[in-house]
Structure formats: structure tokens, C-alpha cells
Design a protein around this ligand. Structure first.
Ligand code: SF4
Length: 376
């Protein structure tokens, strides 16, 4: 069996490690590029979500490289994610592509199905082996997420644009090659040191912007036109509302045990949105409020064009923005989006945020002087 899976940010690093530790051969699709998009848009329905189109492109490229089985996460909810894997399976079948599809549904208390799916892919690996492979993959994932958070802080302050991106590539590559948890720990330590050693600019004129939106668009740089890198190189520190390890914790651990780790999101969003709308629509509202309260300068919402949960959030965000006092910019992305167009809008947004910050500072200085005059 030669297993493949769709790209989503650095997901391929822990997945490849997981399967390799269980002796399963993997075929990682080539990085998402023009050809991936061309294949996906040619064979997926025109109004399908962009992530589905990219997945189809990934699978077709992996099939050419010899993959025979796709492993895909299933999902539930009111949006299209619930039948995503099924649509992809139909597309591949219509094209006559010989790829079996194994859909691993979030267990939600029904562990048997997930267990059977894993056993089928791994040729009957026992629980101990799966646990050990999972532990290594999990540590890689958390190390990547911790270091990526640090990357966002460093990139906004680097003296030479591109220096931290270069370091990040080395870190991902080393983590990808690590074969034991102790090795991952060592690479994580080295990675932190590598990022810490990057020379910083002397000024600390850094904007802080929160990224909210649909998970795939947030996590996959090829789809969001590398918005985090572009912002970082403009001197903007990015805080992202979703990291892959958080998603795994919520969906594979908390929800499976019927526990909730999202009560705070529902509580914050409640005045604007009282129920789950699929995807991360509700979190786009709650995180915008969190970011305003944490003193961030602005929020950017990212989503694929026609993404239902994010369209709901987009229609509510102007009111949230006014109420909590934080500017929000929305990007609805499809296969025609261009980095040039996005960059122009980002530059204008950052100019607005800097001017807003200057006005706020002038106001505070004025208020302090007035208070001092009154005291005298
Ligand atoms: S969250 Fe949005 S992009 Fe993802 S499946 Fe649902 S509608 Fe499509």
C-alpha cells in the first residue's frame, strides 16, 4: 500500500512520520502549485470549496507518483465538509483513477471505526505501535506549532527580510527527518536558538494583527498566498486563531470524550451568533473579540470564496468591529486570487492601522498633559 494525503500547512510532516513509524509507505504530493490548482479546478465542480479543489489536485498528482490509497479526515456539520470526502471519492472514480479512499471520521465517542480504519491502513498494527507512532507525530506537530508562533514574532522584527523564513525552512526539514521524540526535542531546541539568533531591526514599530477564518485557508500558505510571510515582512506580527495541534486536541481528544474546550468561544460570540454554523465561523467572531481585548491593531479574516460559515461570520463582523473597536479586513480567496492584489490591500490596511495607532497615541499624550495641567 502506498498512502497519500492532502496537504494542509505542515501536516505532511507528522503524517509522514506516523505512517513511516508503522512501516507504511507514503507518497507526499508535490507542494501545491499551479498544476495542483489547474487539476483541481478542471475536475472539481466549479462552485466546490477551494480546499476541495486543491485536495483533488493533490490526489491526482500523488496518483501519478504511484500512490494507491488516500487517507482523508471526515467531518460533520452544517457546511459542505460533511460530504467532502464522498465528493472527492466520486470525482476520482469518474476519472477512473485507481485510488482507494480511507476516511477517518473524528471519533466523537465511536473509537471502533477510527481504530478499524487505522488497522486497515497499517496492515493490522497493534495498539502499542500505533501509540508510539502517534506520540512521535504529535511531538513533531506541537514542536512545529510552537516554533511557528515564535517565527511570527521574529519575522516582524527581522533586520533582513527573508532571514527567518530561511531558518523556518531548515527547521521544518530537520523536524521532518527526526526519527525519535528525543531527536525532535533536540531539533526544537536548535530551532528556537536559530530563530533567536536572527538579527532584529532597531526600531520596534511592529503592528499586531490577528488572523481568523476557515482552517484550511489559514493553515495552507499556498492557498492564502503566504499572507503570514507577506505581513511579517511588512513588520506585522501575526497571531493566528487556529493551529493544527489545537484542532487535533479539540476534535480527537475533547469531542471524543464528550468534553468541551470551546465554551469560551460560544460565550464571547453569543451576543452576535448563538449557535454553531459549521467550520470555524463562530470562532471568527469570538477571536475577533479576543484580539480586540488583547489590544491587537487589526483582524484579517481569510476564507475560500463561497465558504458558508465564513460568509455568516463576514456578515456579522462589521458590527463586532464597531462594538469592540478593531478594524477587520476580509479576503475571500479562490483560484484566481493574486498575491499582487492581496499585497496592495494589505499595505493599505497596515497604513490605516498605523495611522489609527498614531492617533490613539496622540490622544493619550494629550489626555495625560491635560490631566497634569489640572493637577497643577
Ligand atoms: S468550512 Fe467552508 S471551505 Fe470548509 S467545507 Fe465548509 S464551506 Fe467548504
Amino acid at each position: 500500500m502506498k498512502v497519500t494525503f492532502p496537504h494542509m500547512g505542515h501536516l505532511h510532516v507528522p503524517l509522514r512520520s506516523f505512517f513511516a513509524a508503522l512501516g507504511v509507505e507514503t507518497v507526499v504530493p508535490p507542494p501545491i502549485g499551479r498544476e495542483t490548482l489547474a487539476l483541481g479546478t478542471r475536475y472539481a465542480p466549479e462552485f466546490a470549496c477551494l480546499p476541495l479543489k486543491v485536495n483533488v489536485g493533490n490526489f491526482l498528482q500523488a496518483a501519478r507518483m504511484g500512490a494507491d490509497t488516500v487517507v482523508m479526515a471526515g467531518g460533520v456539520g452544517p457546511c459542505r465538509f460533511g460530504y467532502y470526502a464522498q465528493v472527492e471519492r466520486e470525482i476520482l472514480r469518474d476519472l477512473g483513477v485507481k485510488l482507494d479512499m480511507v476516511v477517518l471520521e473524528p471519533p466523537q465517542g465511536h473509537w471502533r471505526e477510527l481504530w478499524l480504519g487505522l488497522r486497515a491502513i497499517t496492515g493490522g498494527a497493534d495498539l502499542k505501535a500505533i501509540w508510539r507512532a502517534g506520540k512521535l507525530a504529535w511531538r513533531k506537530l506541537t514542536a512545529l506549532d510552537e516554533l511557528e508562533r515564535e517565527l511570527h514574532r521574529v519575522r516582524a522584527r527581522e533586520a533582513t527580510p527573508g532571514a527567518s523564513t530561511e531558518a523556518w525552512r531548515k527547521i521544518v526539514d530537520r523536524l521532518d527527518r527526526a526519527e525519535a521524540v528525543s531527536e525532535v526535542e533536540e531539533v526544537a531546541r536548535q530551532g528556537k536558538a536559530l530563530l533567536a539568533a536572527i538579527p532584529r531591526r532597531e526600531d520596534d514599530d511592529v503592528l499586531r494583527v490577528g488572523l481568523v477564518g476557515e482552517i484550511y485557508t489559514l493553515l495552507e500558505p499556498a492557498v492564502n498566498l503566504e499572507v503570514e510571510r507577506v505581513l511579517g515582512e511588512m513588520g506585522v506580527e501575526v497571531e493566528r486563531s487556529i493551529y493544527l495541534s489545537d484542532w487535533v486536541k479539540t476534535n480527537l481528544v475533547f469531542h471524543s470524550l464528550h468534553l468541551r474546550d470551546d465554551r469560551e468561544e460560544y460565550r464571547l460570540a453569543a451576543p452576535y451568533l448563538g449557535h454553531f454554523v459549521g467550520g470555524h465561523g463562530l470562532e471568527s467572531i469570538s477571536f475577533t473579540i479576543r484580539y480586540a481585548r488583547a489590544g491587537l491593531d487589526g483582524v484579517i479574516q481569510l476564507a475560500p470564496l463561497t465558504c458558508m460559515p465564513e460568509i455568516v461570520a463576514e456578515s456579522i463582523l462589521p458590527k463586532v468591529s464597531r462594538d469592540v473597536g478593531i478594524p477587520v479586513l476580509t479576503f475571500m480567496l479562490d483560484e484566481h486570487a493574486s498575491e499582487v492584489g492581496m499585497r496592495t490591500r494589505l499595505e493599505a490596511f497596515c497604513d490605516l492601522l498605523r495611522e489609527r495607532r498614531r492617533r490613539k497615541e496622540r490622544f493619550l499624550v494629550g489626555a495625560r498633559d491635560a490631566a497634569a495641567d489640572l493637577r497643577e
